[in-house]
Design a protein around this ligand. Structure first.
Ligand SMILES: [Zn+2]
Ligand SMILES: [Zn+2]
Length: 316
Protein backbone atom coordinates (compact mmCIF):
# COMPACT_ATOMS: atom_id res chain seq x y z
CA UNK A 1 0.00 0.00 0.00
CA UNK A 2 1.26 3.44 -0.89
CA UNK A 3 1.00 5.77 2.03
CA UNK A 4 0.82 9.50 1.44
CA UNK A 5 2.34 11.35 4.34
CA UNK A 6 0.26 14.52 4.10
CA UNK A 7 2.08 16.00 1.11
CA UNK A 8 1.28 19.61 0.38
CA UNK A 9 -0.37 20.23 -2.97
CA UNK A 10 -0.18 23.73 -4.43
CA UNK A 11 -1.06 25.23 -7.79
CA UNK A 12 0.86 28.26 -9.05
CA UNK A 13 -0.91 30.08 -11.85
CA UNK A 14 2.22 31.52 -13.44
CA UNK A 15 0.65 32.74 -16.69
CA UNK A 16 -3.10 33.02 -17.26
CA UNK A 17 -3.59 34.78 -20.60
CA UNK A 18 -4.84 33.35 -23.85
CA UNK A 19 -2.76 33.32 -27.03
CA UNK A 20 -1.61 36.93 -26.54
CA UNK A 21 0.02 38.29 -23.41
CA UNK A 22 -1.13 41.54 -21.84
CA UNK A 23 0.53 43.93 -19.40
CA UNK A 24 -1.02 42.02 -16.51
CA UNK A 25 -1.16 38.46 -17.86
CA UNK A 26 1.64 36.26 -19.11
CA UNK A 27 1.26 33.26 -21.41
CA UNK A 28 -0.20 29.95 -20.17
CA UNK A 29 1.91 28.21 -17.55
CA UNK A 30 0.89 26.29 -14.43
CA UNK A 31 3.19 24.85 -11.80
CA UNK A 32 1.89 22.01 -9.65
CA UNK A 33 3.91 21.40 -6.50
CA UNK A 34 3.27 18.14 -4.71
CA UNK A 35 5.58 17.74 -1.76
CA UNK A 36 9.06 18.08 -3.23
CA UNK A 37 7.90 17.32 -6.78
CA UNK A 38 7.45 20.16 -9.27
CA UNK A 39 5.47 19.58 -12.45
CA UNK A 40 4.85 22.24 -15.09
CA UNK A 41 1.79 22.20 -17.30
CA UNK A 42 2.32 24.24 -20.46
CA UNK A 43 5.23 26.62 -20.62
CA UNK A 44 4.38 29.92 -22.31
CA UNK A 45 6.98 32.59 -23.05
CA UNK A 46 8.59 34.12 -19.99
CA UNK A 47 7.84 31.12 -17.78
CA UNK A 48 11.15 31.38 -15.95
CA UNK A 49 10.57 35.01 -14.97
CA UNK A 50 7.12 34.13 -13.67
CA UNK A 51 8.70 31.32 -11.64
CA UNK A 52 11.14 33.85 -10.15
CA UNK A 53 8.39 36.31 -9.30
CA UNK A 54 6.35 33.55 -7.67
CA UNK A 55 9.45 32.32 -5.78
CA UNK A 56 8.52 28.93 -7.09
CA UNK A 57 12.05 27.52 -7.37
CA UNK A 58 13.51 26.07 -10.54
CA UNK A 59 13.33 22.35 -10.27
CA UNK A 60 10.62 20.97 -12.52
CA UNK A 61 10.90 17.23 -13.13
CA UNK A 62 8.51 17.14 -16.07
CA UNK A 63 7.00 19.75 -18.38
CA UNK A 64 3.65 18.51 -19.71
CA UNK A 65 2.60 20.24 -22.92
CA UNK A 66 -1.08 20.07 -23.93
CA UNK A 67 -0.60 20.99 -27.60
CA UNK A 68 1.93 22.62 -29.85
CA UNK A 69 0.50 26.10 -30.26
CA UNK A 70 3.31 28.55 -29.63
CA UNK A 71 1.65 30.23 -26.64
CA UNK A 72 1.96 26.92 -24.76
CA UNK A 73 5.58 25.97 -25.34
CA UNK A 74 7.79 28.92 -26.34
CA UNK A 75 8.84 29.39 -22.72
CA UNK A 76 10.70 26.08 -22.73
CA UNK A 77 13.67 27.56 -24.58
CA UNK A 78 14.31 30.33 -22.08
CA UNK A 79 13.64 28.08 -19.13
CA UNK A 80 16.16 25.48 -20.35
CA UNK A 81 18.80 28.15 -20.83
CA UNK A 82 18.18 29.72 -17.41
CA UNK A 83 18.29 26.36 -15.63
CA UNK A 84 21.45 25.42 -17.50
CA UNK A 85 23.21 28.68 -16.52
CA UNK A 86 22.05 28.00 -12.96
CA UNK A 87 24.01 24.75 -13.03
CA UNK A 88 21.14 22.28 -13.13
CA UNK A 89 22.27 18.69 -13.60
CA UNK A 90 19.04 16.85 -12.88
CA UNK A 91 17.39 15.39 -16.01
CA UNK A 92 14.20 16.97 -17.34
CA UNK A 93 11.41 15.30 -19.28
CA UNK A 94 9.24 17.18 -21.74
CA UNK A 95 6.04 15.22 -22.29
CA UNK A 96 3.45 16.02 -24.90
CA UNK A 97 1.28 14.67 -27.67
CA UNK A 98 1.87 14.22 -31.36
CA UNK A 99 5.23 15.59 -32.57
CA UNK A 100 6.87 15.96 -29.13
CA UNK A 101 10.10 14.19 -30.19
CA UNK A 102 10.58 16.52 -33.18
CA UNK A 103 9.63 19.58 -31.15
CA UNK A 104 12.10 18.79 -28.37
CA UNK A 105 14.83 18.12 -30.94
CA UNK A 106 14.04 21.49 -32.56
CA UNK A 107 14.07 23.27 -29.21
CA UNK A 108 17.49 21.81 -28.39
CA UNK A 109 18.77 22.86 -31.79
CA UNK A 110 17.48 26.43 -31.35
CA UNK A 111 19.12 26.71 -27.92
CA UNK A 112 22.58 26.37 -29.55
CA UNK A 113 24.42 26.70 -26.26
CA UNK A 114 25.04 23.37 -24.59
CA UNK A 115 22.32 22.50 -22.11
CA UNK A 116 24.10 21.13 -19.06
CA UNK A 117 21.55 18.48 -18.17
CA UNK A 118 19.74 15.70 -20.03
CA UNK A 119 16.46 16.68 -21.70
CA UNK A 120 14.27 13.77 -22.74
CA UNK A 121 11.07 13.80 -24.74
CA UNK A 122 8.13 11.57 -23.92
CA UNK A 123 5.15 11.05 -26.18
CA UNK A 124 1.75 10.79 -24.48
CA UNK A 125 -1.52 9.60 -25.93
CA UNK A 126 -5.11 9.87 -24.77
CA UNK A 127 -5.81 6.97 -22.40
CA UNK A 128 -2.27 6.81 -21.03
CA UNK A 129 -1.87 6.57 -17.27
CA UNK A 130 1.67 7.54 -16.25
CA UNK A 131 2.41 6.02 -12.85
CA UNK A 132 4.77 7.66 -10.36
CA UNK A 133 5.44 7.04 -6.73
CA UNK A 134 2.39 8.35 -4.89
CA UNK A 135 0.49 9.76 -7.87
CA UNK A 136 -0.44 9.26 -11.49
CA UNK A 137 -0.95 11.47 -14.54
CA UNK A 138 -3.83 10.50 -16.78
CA UNK A 139 -4.01 11.78 -20.34
CA UNK A 140 -7.27 12.60 -22.13
CA UNK A 141 -8.05 13.85 -25.59
CA UNK A 142 -9.08 17.45 -26.14
CA UNK A 143 -10.90 19.12 -29.04
CA UNK A 144 -8.94 22.11 -30.29
CA UNK A 145 -8.47 21.57 -34.01
CA UNK A 146 -4.91 20.22 -33.68
CA UNK A 147 -3.77 17.12 -31.76
CA UNK A 148 -4.06 17.97 -28.09
CA UNK A 149 -4.44 16.39 -24.68
CA UNK A 150 -5.37 17.40 -21.16
CA UNK A 151 -3.93 15.99 -17.96
CA UNK A 152 -5.32 14.69 -14.68
CA UNK A 153 -3.00 14.66 -11.67
CA UNK A 154 -4.29 12.15 -9.12
CA UNK A 155 -2.81 11.05 -5.83
CA UNK A 156 -2.96 7.41 -4.92
CA UNK A 157 -5.63 6.33 -2.48
CA UNK A 158 -4.70 7.18 1.07
CA UNK A 159 -5.35 5.17 4.23
CA UNK A 160 -8.67 5.42 6.01
CA UNK A 161 -9.17 7.07 9.37
CA UNK A 162 -7.45 5.42 12.32
CA UNK A 163 -9.97 4.40 14.98
CA UNK A 164 -8.03 5.12 18.17
CA UNK A 165 -10.80 4.04 20.56
CA UNK A 166 -11.19 0.71 18.77
CA UNK A 167 -7.42 0.13 18.93
CA UNK A 168 -7.36 0.75 22.70
CA UNK A 169 -10.40 -1.49 23.12
CA UNK A 170 -8.52 -4.28 21.35
CA UNK A 171 -5.70 -3.93 23.89
CA UNK A 172 -3.15 -1.77 22.05
CA UNK A 173 -1.46 0.93 24.09
CA UNK A 174 -0.99 4.33 22.43
CA UNK A 175 2.56 4.50 21.09
CA UNK A 176 4.66 3.04 18.28
CA UNK A 177 2.17 0.23 17.56
CA UNK A 178 -0.41 2.84 16.55
CA UNK A 179 1.98 4.15 13.92
CA UNK A 180 2.75 0.65 12.68
CA UNK A 181 -0.94 -0.06 12.11
CA UNK A 182 -1.42 3.33 10.43
CA UNK A 183 1.41 2.47 8.05
CA UNK A 184 -0.41 -0.70 7.05
CA UNK A 185 1.40 -3.40 9.08
CA UNK A 186 -0.23 -5.89 11.46
CA UNK A 187 0.95 -5.98 15.08
CA UNK A 188 1.08 -8.81 17.61
CA UNK A 189 0.16 -8.14 21.23
CA UNK A 190 -0.27 -10.32 24.28
CA UNK A 191 -3.60 -10.14 26.07
CA UNK A 192 -4.11 -12.28 29.22
CA UNK A 193 -1.16 -14.46 28.25
CA UNK A 194 -2.51 -15.08 24.73
CA UNK A 195 -0.97 -13.70 21.56
CA UNK A 196 -3.35 -11.72 19.43
CA UNK A 197 -2.74 -10.36 15.92
CA UNK A 198 -4.33 -7.02 15.16
CA UNK A 199 -4.53 -6.18 11.47
CA UNK A 200 -4.86 -2.64 10.07
CA UNK A 201 -8.32 -3.49 8.73
CA UNK A 202 -9.52 -3.93 12.33
CA UNK A 203 -8.68 -0.35 13.28
CA UNK A 204 -8.64 1.65 10.04
CA UNK A 205 -11.62 2.97 8.09
CA UNK A 206 -11.95 2.41 4.33
CA UNK A 207 -9.27 3.83 2.02
CA UNK A 208 -9.89 7.45 1.01
CA UNK A 209 -9.41 8.97 -2.43
CA UNK A 210 -6.36 11.15 -3.01
CA UNK A 211 -6.60 14.65 -4.42
CA UNK A 212 -7.30 15.25 -8.09
CA UNK A 213 -6.51 18.22 -10.33
CA UNK A 214 -7.60 18.43 -13.97
CA UNK A 215 -6.06 20.77 -16.53
CA UNK A 216 -7.77 20.86 -19.92
CA UNK A 217 -5.47 23.11 -21.91
CA UNK A 218 -7.18 24.75 -24.91
CA UNK A 219 -10.33 22.91 -25.90
CA UNK A 220 -14.03 22.84 -26.58
CA UNK A 221 -15.80 21.07 -23.70
CA UNK A 222 -14.94 17.36 -23.71
CA UNK A 223 -17.36 15.88 -21.21
CA UNK A 224 -17.45 12.51 -22.92
CA UNK A 225 -13.65 12.19 -22.61
CA UNK A 226 -13.81 13.09 -18.93
CA UNK A 227 -16.75 10.88 -17.95
CA UNK A 228 -15.61 8.37 -15.28
CA UNK A 229 -12.01 9.62 -15.10
CA UNK A 230 -12.74 13.29 -14.42
CA UNK A 231 -15.35 13.12 -11.67
CA UNK A 232 -15.01 14.60 -8.18
CA UNK A 233 -11.87 16.63 -8.86
CA UNK A 234 -10.65 18.97 -6.15
CA UNK A 235 -9.81 21.48 -8.86
CA UNK A 236 -10.77 21.73 -12.53
CA UNK A 237 -8.68 24.22 -14.52
CA UNK A 238 -10.66 24.79 -17.70
CA UNK A 239 -10.27 26.79 -20.88
CA UNK A 240 -12.46 29.88 -20.51
CA UNK A 241 -11.01 32.03 -23.27
CA UNK A 242 -14.35 33.74 -23.92
CA UNK A 243 -17.43 34.82 -22.01
CA UNK A 244 -20.88 33.57 -22.97
CA UNK A 245 -21.54 36.45 -25.38
CA UNK A 246 -18.75 35.15 -27.59
CA UNK A 247 -19.93 31.55 -27.70
CA UNK A 248 -19.93 31.49 -31.50
CA UNK A 249 -16.34 32.73 -31.56
CA UNK A 250 -15.42 30.07 -28.99
CA UNK A 251 -16.83 27.39 -31.30
CA UNK A 252 -15.06 28.85 -34.33
CA UNK A 253 -11.65 28.97 -32.64
CA UNK A 254 -12.19 25.72 -30.73
CA UNK A 255 -12.00 27.17 -27.24
CA UNK A 256 -14.54 27.14 -24.43
CA UNK A 257 -16.59 29.84 -22.73
CA UNK A 258 -16.71 30.34 -18.98
CA UNK A 259 -20.33 29.13 -19.04
CA UNK A 260 -19.25 25.90 -20.75
CA UNK A 261 -16.50 25.48 -18.17
CA UNK A 262 -19.19 25.87 -15.49
CA UNK A 263 -21.28 23.14 -17.09
CA UNK A 264 -18.29 20.78 -17.17
CA UNK A 265 -17.45 21.53 -13.52
CA UNK A 266 -21.06 20.95 -12.47
CA UNK A 267 -21.45 17.72 -14.43
CA UNK A 268 -18.18 16.30 -13.08
CA UNK A 269 -18.99 17.49 -9.53
CA UNK A 270 -15.71 19.36 -9.21
CA UNK A 271 -15.12 21.08 -5.87
CA UNK A 272 -13.49 24.15 -7.42
CA UNK A 273 -13.29 25.60 -10.92
CA UNK A 274 -10.42 27.78 -12.10
CA UNK A 275 -11.18 29.65 -15.31
CA UNK A 276 -8.08 29.93 -17.47
CA UNK A 277 -6.60 31.28 -20.75
CA UNK A 278 -8.39 34.64 -20.81
CA UNK A 279 -8.53 36.49 -24.11
CA UNK A 280 -6.93 39.95 -24.02
CA UNK A 281 -10.25 41.46 -25.19
CA UNK A 282 -11.39 41.37 -21.55
CA UNK A 283 -10.11 43.76 -18.92
CA UNK A 284 -12.13 42.11 -16.17
CA UNK A 285 -13.16 38.52 -15.45
CA UNK A 286 -16.42 39.44 -13.69
CA UNK A 287 -18.59 38.33 -16.61
CA UNK A 288 -16.69 35.06 -16.85
CA UNK A 289 -17.31 34.28 -13.20
CA UNK A 290 -20.99 35.26 -13.47
CA UNK A 291 -21.41 33.08 -16.58
CA UNK A 292 -19.84 30.07 -14.86
CA UNK A 293 -21.93 30.71 -11.72
CA UNK A 294 -25.14 30.12 -13.70
CA UNK A 295 -24.18 26.46 -13.97
CA UNK A 296 -21.79 25.72 -11.11
CA UNK A 297 -22.38 26.30 -7.41
CA UNK A 298 -18.87 25.41 -6.16
CA UNK A 299 -15.98 27.82 -5.72
CA UNK A 300 -15.05 29.68 -8.92
CA UNK A 301 -11.62 31.24 -9.36
CA UNK A 302 -10.49 33.58 -12.12
CA UNK A 303 -6.83 33.59 -11.12
CA UNK A 304 -4.51 36.48 -11.88
CA UNK A 305 -0.89 35.71 -12.74
CA UNK A 306 1.09 34.51 -9.71
CA UNK A 307 -2.01 33.37 -7.81
CA UNK A 308 -1.10 30.39 -5.63
CA UNK A 309 -3.71 28.10 -4.13
CA UNK A 310 -3.51 25.16 -1.75
CA UNK A 311 -5.48 22.02 -2.40
CA UNK A 312 -6.29 20.57 1.02
CA UNK A 313 -7.26 16.99 1.71
CA UNK A 314 -10.99 16.52 1.50
CA UNK A 315 -12.70 15.97 4.79
CA UNK A 316 -13.91 12.42 4.15
ZN1 LIG B 1 -3.57 28.79 -26.11
ZN1 LIG C 1 -4.20 26.49 -28.62
Amino acid sequence: MDIIAGETLQIFFLGTSGALPSISRSLPCILLKWGSHDLIFDCGEGAQRQMMKARAGFSPEVIYITHWHADHFLGIIGLLQTMSFNGREQPLTIAGPDCVHEMVADIKRICRTRIGFPVESQKVRAGDILMYEGYSIRVFETDHGIPGVGYIFEENMRPGRFNRERAIELGIRPGPLFGKLQRGSPVTITVDGNERIITPEMVMGPMRPGRKVIYTGDTRPVLSELADIGEDADLLIHDATFDHQEVERAKEFMHATAAEAGIVAHTLRAARLALFHFSTRYTSTETHVADARVHFSGEILAPDDLTVIDIPFRNV
